[in-house]
Design a protein around this ligand. Structure first.
Ligand SMILES: NC(=O)c1ccc[n+]([C@@H]2O[C@H](COP(=O)([O-])OP(=O)(O)OC[C@H]3O[C@@H](n4cnc5c(N)ncnc54)[C@H](O)[C@@H]3O)[C@@H](O)[C@H]2O)c1
Length: 444
């Protein structure tokens, strides 16, 4: 049967490759829309959990997975051969960077090779992993066409960026507009029709092709990276001028047009903002083009963990203490508030630098029981590669020479934290409005 008809009568069978922060919410939305959905993941634990009706992604309700799995609309497997029966396949695998910060698209290649083995006429493939402009047509397309089938004639191909924002209570898969760029017009139309099954109000924005859709996602993330860098730079200037950047941002935010607040912090983290801009600057070099804004933003943002450590050193100094040998507690290792994801978290960079300089480092994060630190710098001494979240007690807080508020988790009771700490470096303006103990608070 024609794919268009299958989408219209909801008999289309959907597969989602990569059941992480992006893939699982997408798979669950399709299942909730009544579509038979199969997730494919190389991680057997994740596959097992889905088939037992459990969620491991905080934004996806366990109850939703349980219902969809029980009613047979959602299942998971590690076996790509299920693709023989699938009409539409989403690729939602990771796109990290290498140690030298070049794109690592090996996961996309592996997933595409898996699809190619079972590619059949009428199938629609949609890449959702964030990547550089050109990936769909230069990498995915040739791998799929190596089967002898032709795009737009035998199968359909599109790119649609994922905009999900973990922890966002207002916007999720369903109510965030989708951008779609297909290889040809029919590919775009089919991909749009498929998204219409799950996107509220059918807010779908077709663009001229996969490259424009890939670039759209990078524009969105470069925009954030550059603006965060701007405010991070002004934070350092305000500090030198004896001004409070947070007060200035609050004041500027009263302007009802032409200003959008961005906030400083000990760096930028996650799978997107610190990674995606590099995908673009890498690709730009192929065009003899140097993306100066991207490089400058990265330079400023990457200096922030070092700046946070300099504030800790300065604060300890004022108490007649040195960083070497000091006991320091970092609060929050998630890359942002109220989530359980420590990928590329600036807190880990802060801990790495502090440890490398001889401080005794601890952390607490209610969402992350254990973390591994990135490879250390060659400073003074080897550092532990794994840390375990410490229990937050009055006694433990008061024992610390300095407490660094790196993430403003809602679960933290900041007045209580300040009350029992000797010294607090607040990188998140979490102590705003706390009147008691102001003398022990140092802001970023
Ligand atoms: N996390 C976000 O907030 C977010 C937002 C927008 C876009 N993105 C992009 O979406 C993509 C996925 O990110 P994520 O956060 O969901 O990653 P993730 O690490 O949470 O999930 C990826 C999943 O893919 C699986 N996987 C890896 N290789 C596989 C393969 N060959 N076959 C099947 N499964 C495989 C992993 O086991 C994992 O479960 C990335 O390109 C990312 O940049 C992420």
């Amino acid at each position: 049967m024609d794919l268009r008809k299958k989408i219209a009568d909801k008999t289309v069978k959907v597969a989602v490759i990569g059941l992480g922060y992006v893939g699982l919410p997408l798979a669950v939305e399709f299942a909730k829309a009544g579509i038979e959905t199969t997730g494919i993941d190389v991680d057997p634990d994740r596959v097992g959990k889905i088939n037992q009706g459990e969620s491991y992604i905080p934004d996806v309700k366990g109850e939703d997975v349980a219902i969809q799995s029980r009613e047979g609309r959602l299942r998971a497997t590690s076996d790509y051969s299920v693709l023989k029966d699938m009409d539409a396949v989403f690729i939602c695998v990771p796109t990290p960077f290498t140690k030298a910060k070049d794109p690592n698209i090996s996961y996309i290649v592996a997933a595409t090779e898996g699809i190619a083995r079972y590619l059949h006429p009428g199938q629609l493939i949609i890449l959702q992993s964030t990547t550089y402009p050109g990936t769909t047509e230069e990498v995915v397309l040739p791998l799929l066409e190596s089967t002898g089938l032709k795009a737009s004639r035998d199968f359909y191909l599109a790119f649609s960026p994922e905009r999900i924002d973990p922890g966002n209570k207002v916007f999720g898969v369903k109510n965030t507009p989708k951008v779609v760029g297909g290889f040809a017009r029919e590919d775009t139309e089919l991909a749009c029709a498929l998204f219409e099954l799950i996107i509220e109000g059918k807010h779908i924005h077709p663009v001229s092709g996969p490259k424009a859709a890939e670039m759209t996602k990078l524009l969105e993330n470069v925009f954030r990276s550059v603006n965060i860098a701007l405010v991070n730079e002004l934070t350092k200037l305000c500090d030198r001028m004896g001004l409070d950047i947070w007060e200035v941002i609050d004041a500027a935010s009263t302007k009802p047009f032409g200003f959008m607040p961005f906030y400083p912090g000990p760096g930028v983290g996650g799978h997107c903002i610190p990674v995606d801009p590099y995908y673009l600057s890498w690709k730009a070099r192929e065009y003899d083009f140097y993306t100066k804004f991207i490089e400058l933003a990265a330079e400023v943002n990457q200096s922030m963990p070092f700046y946070a450590v300099s504030k800790v050193t300065e604060a300890l100094n004022r108490h007649g203490k040195t960083l070497k040998g000091a006991q320091i507690l970092v609060l929050g290792v998630a890359f942002k508030r109220d989530i359980d994801d420590p990928r590329n978290s600036p807190s880990l960079e802060v801990m790495k630098i502090l440890s490398s300089k001889g401080a005794q480092v601890y952390y607490n994060d209610p969402y992350i029981p254990r973390v591994e630190l990135p490879e250390p710098f060659l400073y003074t001494q080897p550092i532990p590669d794994c840390y375990v979240s410490q229990e937050l007690t009055e006694g433990f807080l008061s024992q610390m020479d300095c407490v660094v508020i790196a993430v403003k988790h809602s679960l933290y009771d900041f007045p209580w934290i300040v009350k029992h700490s000797q010294l607090v470096v607040d990188a998140q303006n979490a102590t705003k409005g706390i009147l008691y103990g102001r003398e022990k608070i140092v802001k970023l």
